[in-house]
Design a protein around this ligand. Sequence first.
Ligand SMILES: Cc1ncc(COP(=O)(O)O)c(C=O)c1O
Length: 393
Amino acid sequence: MTITHNEFAALWQLDKSIAYLNHGSYGAVPVSVQKIQNAFIDRANSNPNHWFRYELPQLMIETRHIVANWFGVAPEHFAFVPNASQGVVTAIQSLVDDATSRNQRTHLVATSLGYGGVLYGMQHIAARSNATYAVADVVYPHDVTAEIISSRIQALLPANGEPIVVVLDHITSETGVLFPVDDIISAIRSTHPQAKFVIDAAHSAGMLEHPLPANFDVWVGNLHKWLCAPRPAAALICGSPEVRAIMKPLAPSWGFEDGFPTSFEWQGTSDYSAYLSVPAAITFQEQWSYAQRNTHNRAVADGAADLLRNAWGTTNHLGNTVEAPWLRMVQLPVAEPLTKPQIDLMVERAGLELNTECMCMTVRGKSYVRLSAHMYNEIDQYENLIGITRLLA
Ligand SMILES: Cc1ncc(COP(=O)(O)O)c(C=O)c1O
């Protein structure tokens, strides 16, 4: 099957023999950004002693300033972390440890649309830190309103003023929904002013024009997804000096005594080139205005969703649910919900036999494909998915 590519596709390293329709899971690195990263790796390898002792520390500080500035936050409130999973868990553990140091027990609350890895992390933090852990049930897609989500969370919160940490996804992972985080935060703060909010914003940087909500305690977002930085690169941003004073890396090392963000800057001998390449990723994406990226990616995502719904005779199940700008969920034409092994096999076969990489999942008894769209995608690439369920045979 021939895959057509637009004029932007050459800017990415992606294999041109495939249609890459799953930018949302792991991002995709542009050629120019990879060149910058390679140059940093070459510098490190040409003289590791000089690199780690004299070049890297200053470069890390400079890069932090550039990227914090791009987000519009103070560099003192910004640290690089490897990925959203680690960053969110780090933030939660810091908040729990702070409460523990005051002999208080923390109540952790997430929603059922939260990212599975983060939910596991919360469960384990609760177990090892004597915190409680509860999940507010939010049914995709019809429960995704600020009123329903905040009231489901509020129903789980203690009435006695004990510390609370609520984890909210900005854009949900499996279901591609844009959460009304500002409204949820305001509603919960009105009844539980002590609640701290950790925003799992794995998908926000690059996809949302304003990736930071108006109000948050800690924001953690991947830079290696929609911003197209090399992997792994993510940001942890503190919403206030109070929160900044209690953020600690999971594995304290050199610089720990200097506090956030210096305590995050040296995590032992490692490859820091992905972080150093984030400014190049910002420059790459800024060759287009946000409006240009948004127009193209939304048109492709909407056009692809319509194409598949028409071909499959499935309807748009979303009602008034607000989708993430560049992600679309389309229900698959299957009589029974697919099991995880069925999905894994179908998606692998789509890659091998249809030259098409995609992401599928079953949520609440219905199976979907989650479509991603970035500048290198065009609507006709998604035609390859029309026959995907034939691969179940
Ligand atoms: C909401 C959310 N949180 C966390 C993650 C995990 O990202 P990472 O694997 O980069 O840690 C994802 C990944 O898709 C996600 O969508």
